[in-house]
Design a protein around this ligand. Structure first.
Ligand code: ZN
Length: 253
């Protein structure tokens, strides 16, 4: 069994709670992280170090990309959080630590395959930036987007990025994670694109951290409570981050 986590967003209490939950399952051989370890939250360095220590792989997310290459296409608040994150990493007094963090960020891959399973942050055709959303299935949406996305992987594709967990099926349905309490069998030969949700900033109106266990046959969405108050306090105490980033964590939006 493997665990897939994504979009930690520098939320250390959430990351610790999820790792404890993974440890409690007891049969997880590897943990893969689909990117956005940093951005928005107050603990970028701690989260980078812990993720690097516990995960077999970290993919490049758009927030890591923004720290490396500039926050293009970010709203002013997200941009401010990125600038602060950059400073927090650069401010590391121990030069070794700073160099390790920079090397880690600069060497994150954009995609990873395990047999016929593809892992990316965004989408198969644009692995770092593109969102795959429920609205891509609605009437009036361009069907070629989903066609190209489903052509871009062999059998399964795990993504993060939207912070909205669930499964996109080959016949163009979206099954929200909240409806899949008993897991979902993905071994019938059809293609599935699975959004693993967000550890540190869920946006499906469930404030608990979300991640996925994959057995080889089935996908299980796990929800984990964590100390929102603690991280919200640290966000509010940080001028560069702002209250709205704390408030949204209580509501999961
Ligand atoms: Zn994200």
């Amino acid at each position: 069994m493997i665990a897939l986590i994504s979009d930690i967003h520098a939320n250390l209490p959430a990351l610790e709670a999820v790792l404890a939950d993974i440890d409690s399952v007891g049969e997880v051989e590897r943990i893969y992280c689909l990117g956005d370890v940093i951005g928005y939250g107050p603990y970028p360095v701690e989260c980078l170090e812990l993720t690097a220590q516990r995960c077999s792989l970290i993919l490049l997310g758009n927030h890591e990309h923004a720290v490396l290459h500039g926050p293009y296409l970010f709203n002013p608040r997200a941009r401010r959080a990125i600038e602060w994150t950059k400073e927090a990493i650069a401010d590391q007094t121990r030069p070794m630590r700073r160099k390790q963090l920079t090397d880690l960020l600069e060497n994150l891959p954009m995609r990873h395959s395990i047999d016929d399973v593809l892992l990316v942050h965004g989408s198969p055709r644009d692995p770092v930036m593109e969102y795959v959303l429920e609205s891509d299935l609605w009437e009036g949406a361009d069907p070629s987007k989903m066609d190209e996305i489903f052509d871009g992987f062999e059998r399964l594709c795990f993504v993060g990025h939207s912070h909205r967990p669930g499964i996109f099926t080959q016949d163009r349905c979206f099954l929200p994670a909240g409806d899949l309490h008993d897991g979902y069998d993905v071994s019938d030969g059809n293609k599935y694109l699975i959004n693993v949700g967000s550890v540190g900033q869920p946006r499906d109106r469930d404030p608990r951290s979300c991640y996925v266990l994959y057995t080889g046959d089935a996908v299980y969405f796990r929800r984990v409570e964590y100390d929102v108050e603690q991280v919200a306090g640290a966000i509010r105490a940080n001028e560069a981050l702002g209250d709205h980033l704390a408030d949204r964590l209580y509501k999961g939006e």
